[in-house]
Design a protein around this ligand. Structure first.
Ligand SMILES: [Zn+2]
Ligand SMILES: [Zn+2]
Length: 333
């Protein structure tokens, strides 16, 4: 099959992904082989490709927002029929036995594997995954529209949950890329008022179009005090700015897997029971709940589609802020 291989992390400007022929993956016990139709491009892919996340497998095929069709079943797999449309996300497998898995916090599993990082992902024509960790894709989403739901959507949803935002509450997003452009639709559906702090007029405009009541620069102070804020941008310097915008008791959620160092700040910004918390991965329950809500709303994603062989270009465009909404690879061409 054709696939984009990362042999060693390097700046995306050097186009480190190699478009190559590799053997088709084979589904093991309880796994399914999926013909990949579309694979979303996530900021985490950038962190994998550029080495901010230390390599776990080399070479590796990145990509963890896979929409495709079941091609073949591994031994004992029976949850899906060949031809079924499914999604493969970041959480590829957990051990099911550690204290976190047993306590219903599989997102924090001690020995997980991650799609497109510790095992091969979806920048390819085929991918395999354990059937238990795969999602049925609601019918109303076309393949390209569905792809960004699988990480940007699910992680944004978990971030919203952890923010504790309620009907009538005020919420800000710092950074308005793939995750925020979905999360704003869920937050509005839940009756929250959304503020967008993000660089670039195009991102601000998209936020307003999707129902934000206000949009300004990344470090600008929203015109009202917030119940919660979510930082999706990987920029630690936004933490003090976001804390400053919170009400007493407000919650700040850090939605990314990687962030530049957080500068020191006055305790005053945190005092009055303000809370900072990170988001790590998601449970399968988050994924299922999100896809149900997304279909109910229904969420609309704005996508820019690139052919698989142009994955380097997609990553460069993401890094330099040229994607409005989400980038998606068409793995059938
Ligand atoms: Zn575990
Ligand atoms: Zn992701």
């Amino acid at each position: 099959m054709k696939a984009c291989l990362l042999r060693a992390p390097a700046p995306v400007e050097t186009n480190p992904l190699e478009f190559a022929d590799v053997p088709d993956p084979r589904p093991g016990k309880g796994e399914i082989l999926v013909q990949v139709k579309m694979c979303g491009v996530c900021r985490t892919d950038l962190h994998v490709v550029e080495g901010e996340l230390p390599p776990r497998k080399s070479p590796v095929i990145p990509g963890h927002q896979i929409v495709g069709v079941v091609e073949r079943l591994g031994e004992g797999a029976k949850r899906f029929q060949p031809g079924a449309r499914v999604g493969i996300a970041w959480l590829h497998r957990t051990d099911r036995t550690c204290e976190y898995c047993r306590a219903g916090m599989e997102n924090l599993c001690d020995s997980p594997t991650f799609t497109g990082y510790s095992v091969d992902g979806g920048y390819a024509e085929y991918a395999v995954a354990p059937e238990d960790f795969v999602y049925p894709i609601p019918e109303k989403f076309p393949d390209d529209q569905a792809a960004p739901l699988l990480c940007a959507g699910i992680i944004g949803f978990r971030s919203l949950r952890l923010s504790g935002i309620k009907r009538g509450g005020r919420l800000a997003f710092y950074g308005f890329g793939a995750a925020a452009h979905v999360a704003v639709q869920v937050a509005r559906y839940w009756g929250a008022e959304v503020y967008a702090c993000t660089r670039g007029a195009k991102h601000q405009q998209l936020a307003l179009q999707l129902g934000a009541v206000w949009a300004g620069e990344a470090s600008a102070e929203p015109p009202a005090k917030l119940d919660a804020a979510i930082i999706f941008a990987p920029a630690g310097e936004l933490v003090p700015a976001a804390l400053k915008a919170l009400k007493k008791g407000g919650v700040l959620v850090l939605g990314g897997i990687h962030m530049s160092p957080i500068p020191s700040f006055d305790y005053n910004l945190l005092y009055q029971e303000r809370v900072i918390r990170s988001v790590a991965n998601n449970t399968r329950q988050d994924g299922e709940d999100f896809l149900r809500v997304a279909a109910e709303i229904p969420v609309r994603t704005q996508v820019t589609v690139f052919p698989l062989r142009e994955a380097n270009r997609a990553l460069n465009d993401l890094k330099s802020d040229r994607i409005n909404g989400a980038a998606v690879l068409d793995c059938t061409r």
